[in-house]
Ligand binder design. Structure first.
Ligand code: IPE
Ligand code: MG
Length: 227
C-alpha cells in the first residue's frame, strides 16, 4: 500500500489525508479480492521502519485500526465471512489499537471465505528474530538436536504460520523493492508493480495484476512448462 503521501501531495493536501483515503481503500479492495475467489490477502499497512517518520504521521498510522474496525464497521467482516489476522509485533502499539485488532481477530476467528492478514508494525527482520527466539526456546527446553532443524520449523513460527507462501505480490506507486516485506514467504512469489498510488488503486488494477499473474510461467526452479 505505497504512495499515500505522494497521492495527497498531488492535491496539495497533507500526507495524513493520503493515509486516510488509503485506509478507506482497504475495504473495497478486500471485496474485489474476495470476488476473485482468492483465499488469503495481506495488506502492508505500517512497517517496523515507519516509526522513524514524523510524530504526527506515526500517530495517525498507529491509530487507524481503531477506526478501520470501529463498531459500525465490524459486522461487514462477519457478514462477508472474512477472518482478520494481525501480522506483526504486538508490544509497541497503543493499547486501544492492540485491542481493536485483537477484538476483530476474536470476532472473526471462525470465518473462512477470505483470510485478511493486516500487517501492522510488521517487518520481516523482526518476524524472523521473533520466530527464531521461539524456536531456540523450544530447542533448549526440549533438548532437541539442532541437526534436526528444518526451515519448515521456522515457517511454523512466523506470524504468517496459518497462511501459505505468497503467490502474487503487488506493490503500488512505482517503487520496485520489497521493503522488508515477508522476505521468506515471497521466495517464489510473482512480483507485480503498478504506477498507481495506493489510494487510487481499484478493482480494475487488481484485475490487471491477476491477468499478469495468470500469464506467468511459474517453474519453481524446475523446467516444466517452458514455452
Ligand atoms: C503509504 O504510503 C505507506 C504507509 C506507510 C502507510 P507512503 O506514506 O509510503 O506514501 P509515499 O511513498 O510517501 O508517497
Ligand atoms: Mg512510500
Amino acid at each position: 500500500m505505497d504512495g499515500n503521501g505522494r497521492w495527497a501531495k498531488k492535491f496539495h493536501r497533507p500526507r495524513t489525508y493520503g493515509h486516510r483515503v488509503g485506509m478507506q481503500n482497504i475495504w473495497p479492495t478486500i471485496l474485489a479480492i474476495k470476488k476473485q475467489k482468492i483465499k488469503y490477502a495481506s495488506f502492508y499497512c505500517f512497517s517496523t521502519e515507519n516509526w522513524n517518520r514524523p510524530t504526527q504521521e506515526v500517530d495517525f498510522l498507529i491509530k487507524f485500526p481503531v477506526d478501520l474496525f470501529n463498531t459500525k464497521k465490524r459486522d461487514k467482516y462477519l457478514k462477508n465471512d472474512i477472518k482478520v489476522i494481525w501480522i506483526g509485533r504486538r508490544d509497541k502499539l497503543p493499547k486501544e489499537t492492540r485491542e481493536a485488532i485483537e477484538e476483530m481477530e476474536d470476532l472473526t476467528k471462525d470465518c473462512k471465505s477470505l483470510i485478511f492478514n493486516i500487517c501492522i508494525d510488521y517487518g520481516s527482520f523482526n518476524e524472523i528474530e521473533h520466530a527464531t527466539k521461539l524456536l531456540l526456546k523450544d530447542y533448549i527446553n526440549s533438548k532437541k538436536n539442532i541437526e534436526e532443524f528444518s526451515i519448515n520449523e521456522l515457517f511454523n513460527k512466523l506470524y504468517t504460520k496459518d497462511s501459505p507462501p505468497v503467490d502474487l505480490l503487488i506493490r503500488t506507486s512505482g517503487e520496485q523493492r520489497l521493503s522488508n516485506f515477508m522476505l521468506l514467504q515471497v521466495s517464489y512469489a510473482e512480483l507485480y508493480f503498478t504506477n498507481k498510488h495506493w489510494p487510487e488503486f481499484c478493482e480494475k488494477d487488481l484485475e490487471l495484476a491477476i491477468d499478469s499473474f495468470n500469464n506467468r510461467d511459474r517453474r519453481f526452479g524446475e523446467i516444466r512448462n517452458v514455452k
